[in-house]
Design a protein. Structure first.
Ligand code: ASP
Length: 454
């Protein structure tokens, strides 16, 4: 069976981005409506032709949650094979593997630098606004943070003892290290290596096709995920935390819409407006899933098919970024530290703030790109400066929406750094970057030819 490579231009329908945005807005509206209909987790039964239907059991748990979870699972299903295969391909295509150290150095350096900028700015704004002043709250629910790993542990755990275990458990840093070593070995293996490299290139194309197929069902997935979520996210829990929420949100938005564009412009001279426009799909995916890891397939596709970053760079920088680069998370941690210190009336010194910047920047390396981990790593930051870890219980209620927003910022940072590294290595397709249509053919996949080939 031959599968045609090209997709046919089918009748003009809304672009994928618009469909995803529509799915997102419709999901939020439906979820909020359902919450209004069934406040505080109550249920509503409607009768349809003498059949009694429980809205919660049937619509929310039976349909929306199933679609949402299936979509999320399919995204996550792709992450390990995609990262492994495309990273191996990327390393092989570098030819000169000695470049790897330089590229890695640049990527890690930029990731850490942007995170340090993000958290410093967050602390600065939080100190000016003082969201915790006057909030006399006592933590009534206790938060027992899982123990955060030390830096030494993070380094040791980067190296897998059994790569299959790393694959099975989705330990991304270990998968990355194994893929790098495997790729280097292929590049050094002469004829045998060339054959294996060809196999990996084919595999990579097949997996990317799977990503494309998934992108086409994304509007429904995003709709279902957000509809389910908004049946429970309650805006009334905000109360005293509104100021904290707004400060984090404000810094996240400024970081994404001002800091990144400025860095991009300064380091590459590229027009940042194009960057932000092309980032939209990946940002919405990140927002809906609250997981940079689950968004890797989309970020990778955005970087290589829309932004013009060559696969040799993106296959390395995107998964690495999703694993170690957490600017959005660091912003939340910066504001949260100031907030908790103010709520518990504890003064922090300049040295304390520097410790916070350093710890949060390094902590982001150990923060996995999955929902909610940022809060766990916050425990480590708070402990470093002697603040009560129970403070986390105060902000947990509003964390989900912030998690979604900061994940969108995290993946935007990964893409920005990928472009900067690609440009500096001359692994960048400038025409693709400028082309507003680039990547649009991935949006109109036509499945008919699959039937025709039966
Ligand atoms: N959800 C974030 C991410 O996946 C991590 C976090 O801040 O909790 O990027």
């Amino acid at each position: 069976m031959t599968i045609e490579k090209n997709t046919l231009p089918i009748k003009k329908k809304a672009s994928l981005t618009s469909r995803i945005v529509i799915g997102m807005v419709a999901g939020i509206l439906l979820g909020s409506f359902l919450q209004w209909l069934m406040p505080n987790g109550t249920d509503k039964v409607i009768s349809l032709y003498s059949i009694e239907l429980s809205l919660k059991g049937f619509l929310v748990e039976g349909i929306l949650e199933v679609i949402g979870q299936v979509f999320m699972a399919s995204l996550r299903m792709l992450v390990v094979p995609l990262v492994f295969v495309s990273l191996v391909c990327g390393v092989c295509s570098l030819k000169d593997t000695s470049k790897l150290g330089r590229i890695g150095g640049k990527a890690v350096g930029l990731y850490l630098a942007t995170t340090a900028i993000a958290i410093s700015f967050a602390i600065f704004v939080a100190l000016i606004v003082s969201p915790g002043e006057g909030v006399n709250m006592v933590a009534n629910s206790s938060f027992s943070g899982r123990e955060a790993p030390s830096l030494a542990q993070v380094i040791i755990q980067m190296f897998p003892t059994n790569p299959f275990e790393s694959f099975a458990e989705g330990k991304m840093l270990q998968v990355i290290v194994f893929a790098l070593l495997f790729g280097i070995a292929i590049a050094l293996s002469g004829k045998a290596g060339e054959r294996v490299a060809l196999l990996f290139e084919d595999l990579s194309e097949v997996i990317m096709r799977l990503v494309t197929i998934l992108m086409n069902i994304a509007p429904y997935g995003v709709f279902a995920l957000l509809a389910t979520l908004f049946t429970t996210v309650s805006l009334t829990t905000f109360g005293n935390l509104i100021e904290y929420f707004l400060v984090v949100f404000f810094v996240l938005v400024v970081h994404a819409l001002v800091t990144y564009p400025v860095i991009l412009k300064l380091l590459t001279g590229l027009n940042p407006e194009i960057f932000l426009k092309k980032m939209r799909d990946a940002a919405i995916f990140a927002f809906s899933t609250a997981s940079s890891n689950a968004t890797i397939p989309v970020t990778l596709e955005t970087a290589t098919k829309k932004m013009g970053v060559k696969n040799s760079i993106a296959s390395f920088t995107v998964p690495l970024g999703a694993t170690i680069n957490m600017d959005g998370t660091a912003i939340m941690q910066g504001v949260a530290t100031v907030f908790i210190a103010q709520v518990f009336s504890q003064d922090l010194t300049l040295a304390d703030y520097l410790t916070v910047v350093l710890t949060a920047t390094l902590a982001s390396i150990g923060t996995a790109g999955v929902p909610g981990v940022g809060l766990i790593m916050l425990a480590m930051v708070l402990e470093q400066v002697g603040l009560p870890v129970e403070g986390i219980a105060l902000i947990i209620g509003v964390d989900r929406l912030l998690d979604m927003t900061r994940t969108a910022v995290n993946v935007t940072g990964d893409s920005m750094v990928s472009i900067v590294v690609a440009k500096s290595e001359d692994q960048f397709d400038h025409d693709m970057y400028l082309d507003p249509q680039a990547g649009s053919n991935i949006e109109n996949i036509d499945f008919k030819h699959l039937d025709n080939n039966k």
